[in-house]
Write a protein that binds this ligand. Sequence first.
Ligand code: ACO
Length: 336
Amino acid sequence: MKPSPTTVSTPLPKHTRIAGTGSLLPARRVTNADLAAELAAKGIETSDDWIVERTGIRARHFADAGTTASDLAVGAARHAIEAAGLTPGDIDLIVLATSTPDMVFPSTACIVQQKLGIVGCPAFDLQAVCSGFVYALTVADSLIRTGTARRALVIGAEVFSRILDFNDRGTCVLFGDGAGAVVLEASDTPGLLATDLHADGRHVGILCVPGTVSGGQVLGDPLLKMDGQAVFRLAVGVLEQSARAALAKAGRVDADIDWLIPHQANLRIMQGTAKKLKLPLDKLIVTVDEHGNTSAASIPLALDHAVRSGRVQRGDTLMLEGVGGGFTWGAVLLDY
Ligand code: ACO
């Protein structure tokens, strides 16, 4: 009797790991003093002391008029691909988190794909504001573990300076532009250990850009609005809860975290989270002082700076955490 035909299927990968990181900041560095001078010319008062004391921010980078989110994303992506020892042709998925896309459509991910010379792989944008990178990492992890891709480019890229109201001193001093990226790949050994995502749309109004495009015109206000105190109050609580949820899912405890890499919005929020997790402040990666809040780009930017400066080493356990408009929040626990 003839043996029945068998199908040979490739087993699904059990794990994903970060194979390389990269980032790019626009060349123009704007200090608090520079910004204070610009605002003073319009009769708006602020100071380096106020900004440093309330936020920890000392400088940010702003893109020039001709630079788009995809330009920054491509630079960050090339560095991440190179760090992973790969070429763009090895990438088979692009997930890009941004709130400041190049166009209404197509996605900035497709523009990045074209600029990198990659053809055919799935590419899409993901919108979860400052939680965008942890959302994107979670989605890419799922798509790799269900067999859709093996090597994903996960990017956070923003030109937030385009949506800032430079007549509102309460917001325009907080944000900056930049991009960060990782290559996430299928792995036999654990990398990403647990993820935890949430949203609460009841808080849409506390952090938003309420304008839209209709009939060839901008309807409503296309600049960022924020109730800073409401954001502050919510952020510290949800960041602790999400970190604890991710630790519990992975069967780990606070003390297992080698580095806390939270969304870089405000030093006081970041230090508050570290304290709640009983982590010494020297385990907190801080780049908000030099980058400001770069929304979806802030976590991969901070991660890449920590890797390239030699602080984060292979085998370290990292807690990445995002929080932002939506209201959205989430955490990714991983062994680097
Ligand atoms: N320079 C000088 N004074 C200022 C400035 C400024 N840049 N901005 C506000 N002030 C003044 C206010 O007008 C107010 O003056 P008044 O008392 O005379 O009315 C005073 O400072 C206090 O203002 P508050 O808004 O109460 O200041 P607060 O201590 O809350 O700090 C801040 C404001 C820094 C925005 C804080 O609320 C915060 O960090 N919130 C969280 C913001 C955040 O993290 N946002 C990003 C979330 S991520 C995302 O999705 C984009």
